[in-house]
Design a protein around this ligand. Structure first.
Ligand SMILES: Nc1ncnc2c1ncn2[C@@H]1O[C@@H]2COP(=O)(O)O[C@H]2[C@H]1O
Length: 228
């Protein structure tokens, strides 16, 4: 079994604050899992009973509304922990998490994480900091949804995706998203997302390489994102 103390992604998450003894206990009770592209880590309404530490791969966290529309709240990659909110609030998960590509994750059971949260203030504070940051991004998402046009949200999302995932050697944004995923990030119908992407392509601002997208003119996209 891989030891948490030797895990390279630990430095990116709150787990970096755990002591040697705490890490040994976590290593002893965690389970490593491979989650294939398209599989659920957990579903909305499920008792997760622990947290997932993402070692490799990316998942989307999303919520299904009553009218059957799916809103992607965030894309979460390696070095992050997910599932901490419902663990702390002792509720079922408010969101689903689905793998966007093959993932390697470690599941740490609730009892161990609760014990660490109670005993290790630096760890708890870091978990709080992460939750505060994601609350801030959720604030921004609400305002963007209410005040920005779909076109602005698309431009902003493409720039954010490029910043977060970088570009591959082919020059495309280095995360494979379906057109439906893009629509679910910006909160519109898939057909509208496709139409707006084609408009950006016609203007030479982006280009398609297969299903993937390369940004050719960041400045123009910034202008659109700001409503110009
Ligand atoms: N805006 C966000 N940014 C990053 N992570 C989030 C965001 N919203 C939810 N999550 C994570 O997704 C998880 C879904 O299950 P939980 O609510 O237990 O815990 C949540 C967080 O770990």
């Amino acid at each position: 079994m891989n030891k948490c103390s030797q895990c390279i992604v630990r430095q990116f998450s709150s787990l970096k604050h755990l002591t040697k003894e705490e890490l040994l206990r976590v290593s002893a009770c965690k389970t490593s899992k491979i989650i294939k592209k398209g599989e659920f880590l957990f579903e909305e309404g499920e008792h997760i009973n622990g947290v997932f530490c993402i070692k490799d791969g990316v998942c989307k966290v999303s919520k299904m509304s009553e009218n059957g529309k799916n809103q992607i709240i965030n894309l979460i990659n390696h070095g992050n922990i997910i599932g901490e909110r419902s663990l702390i609030s002792n509720e079922v998960s408010n969101l689903s998490a689905i793998a966007l590509n093959d993932m390697t994750v470690c599941f740490i059971p609730k009892d161990e994480i609760m014990r660490d949260l109670q005993m290790n203030a630096a760890f708890s504070l870091d978990v709080l900091k992460t939750m505060a940051t994601s609350l801030k991004s959720a604030d921004n998402l609400i305002v963007d949804m209410a005040q920005k046009s779909v076109k602005q949200r698309l431009a902003e999302s493409l720039l954010n995706l490029k910043e977060k995932f970088g570009t591959s050697s082919q020059g495309v944004i280095d995360i494979h998203l379906s057109r439906e995923d893009i629509a679910n990030i910006i909160g519109t119908a898939t057909e509208s997302a496709i139409r707006l992407l084609s408009e950006l392509k016609k203007k030479g601002i982006i280009e398609f390489k297969g299903k993937d997208i390369a940004i050719l003119n960041d400045q123009e996209l910034e202008k659109i994102a700001h409503g110009f």
